[in-house]
Write a protein that binds this ligand. Structure first.
Ligand code: NAP
Ligand code: HSE
Length: 431
């Protein structure tokens, strides 16, 4: 009988996802061997602190190291799995691994969003894989779906919930009435948040993932710095409550639309009608809705954060490498460098909007606001003024018909300068 070929993994990072990977490799060992025909195991793990207590202890002994060379220079290690996060150390490790002819699997969306084009070029030059299924939407297989299963489609639009932490916070604020800070602490405790959670809250983590999806779906590089990004830090229970009264939920949305070869993209909190699938995505779950010109709309839903779901995606990349060997087509568009995206002027697209004005409680205010909106072409669909004012302040909420981003901006600037406005106006898009 032939001996089963051994694949030895050099794992960098043994935190939430690294421990998840070790756990699933142990738990499903026989199944993985049956499906790949290989004997897969972790040989060495790179960490910062060897003495730290770990959430999982591997069944077979594993060498812990603080020296990246122990992974790179080991000829037995075929695949480097980078689960450290951050930019500098992970970039050095991945570059050295690719230059050494080792395949790399990573979940590091921040690094791929910032430095992806250069890393993909390096991988192509060395004819090795740089695989990243786990970098977008945790356990949902969206990278493979865009690269392979939907490859024949011209994609018209992608919209989704791409950050588990933000979705967990908004869900807990809506359903359980939790404070923002308490919900964030829970998300950290559950292993959903980034080591710097401002990336989650400020919408940047979702932006990193959106840039990766844009490359896969459109074959274009959308520079991260040009992407409009707004997070959830100022979403209040008051707006969540008003949205609910009108039949909506507030979600952090990442969206890209193609119009005549140009792309309109962004990350923003938005009101979603509660009958829509995206409105029903709760907790650490993510969802991605892709619209192709042959397949129509396809929606993916699953856990977008957490150790085991993310490790499931990491393992899929490892197993794919074991089965098929090197996959130099890491971007889905061969080895050519992707061209920059042609970006649509936001004024060429329109959306419905939610406005909450906080005004002094006096006659004529509603009329002045309505007049200003009318003058800027922002047409009102619904309005409500709450009688139960806090002191002298009254919230007035308007839902509008479709209006351009610049019309909305001008309206808000003009109204916020009016003497009866007590606080800056809050406004969100409605999808
Ligand atoms: P984590 O729990 O903070 O673990 C990070 C691990 O990397 C730790 O074991 C840490 O070592 C090690 N590490 C960090 N910097 C290092 C360095 N310079 N040298 C050596 N070791 C270093 O992070 P995580 O949540 O597992 O996330 C890992 C990656 O997966 C990140 O890119 C993240 O964005 C991505 N990701 C995470 C999730 C999720 O749900 N958590 C989902 C999708 C993608 P010590 O333990 O010794 O400090
Ligand atoms: N911090 C990320 C999130 C992890 O909450 O979605 C998954 O990428």
């Amino acid at each position: 009988m032939n001996a089963v070929e051994k694949i030895r993994i050099g794992l960098a990072g043994f935190g939430t996802v690294g421990c998840g990977l070790a756990r699933i490799l142990d738990r499903n060992r026989d199944w993985i061997t049956r499906r790949t025909g290989k004997d897969l195991s972790i040989k060495t793990i790179l960490v910062r602190d060897r003495a730290k207590k770990r959430a999982y202890e591997t069944e077979a002994p594993v060498q812990l190291t603080i020296n990246p060379d122990d992974l790179i220079n080991d000829p037995e290690i075929n695949i480097i799995v980078e689960l450290m996060g951050g930019l500098d150390a992970s970039r050095r490790l991945i570059e050295t691994a690719l230059e050494s002819g080792k395949h790399v699997v990573t979940a590091n969306k921040h690094l791929l969003a910032e430095h992806g084009p250069r890393l993909f070029q390096l991988a192509a030059k060395n004819n090795v894989a740089l695989a990243y299924e786990a970098s977008v939407a945790g356990g949902i297989p969206i990278v493979q779906a865009l690269k392979e299963s939907l490859a024949g489609n011209r994609i018209r639009k992608i919209e989704g919930i791409l950050n588990g932490t933000a979705n967990y916070i908004l869900s807990q604020m809506s359903a359980a009435g939790l404070e923002f800070a308490t919900a964030l602490d829970q998300a950290k405790e559950l292993g959903y948040a980034e080591s710097d959670p401002t990336l989650d809250i400020a919408g940047l983590d979702a932006a990193h993932k959106l840039v990766i999806l844009i490359r896969l779906a459109f074959g274009r590089d959308y520079p991260l710095g040009l992407l409009p990004v707004r997070g959830i830090a100022d979403v209040t229970p008051l707006d969540i409550g008003f949205a609910q009264e009108f039949g909506y939920r507030i979600k952090l949305i990442a969206q890209v639309r193609a119009l005549d070869g140009r792309l309109e993209a962004g990350v923003f909190p938005a009101l979603i009608n509660r009958s829509c699938l995206l409105a029903q995505v709760e907790g650490n779950y993510n969802a991605v809705r892709v619209e192709g010109n042959a397949v129509g709309p396809v929606t993916f839903h699953g856990q977008g954060a957490g150790g085991l779901p993310t490790a499931s995606a990491v393992l899929a990349d490892i197993m794919s490498l074991c089965r098929e060997g090197a996959r130099p087509d890491n971007t889905g568009f061969g080895s050519a460098e992707l061209k920059k995206a042609d970006i649509l002027d936001p004024d060429q697209t329109e959306s419905m909007h939610y406005f909450r004005f906080t005004v002094a409680d006096r006659a004529g205010v509603m009329a002045a606001i309505s007049k200003c909106m009318f003058e800027h072409g922002v047409s009102i669909a619904q309005a409500v003024q709450k009688g139960d004012a806090l002191g002298d302040e009254v919230p007035i909420v308007f839902l509008t018909h479709e209006a351009s981003a610049s019309a909305v901006e001008k309206t808000v600037a003009e109204i916020d300068a009016m003497e009866f406005i007590v606080r800056p106006t809050v406004h969100y898009r409605i999808l």
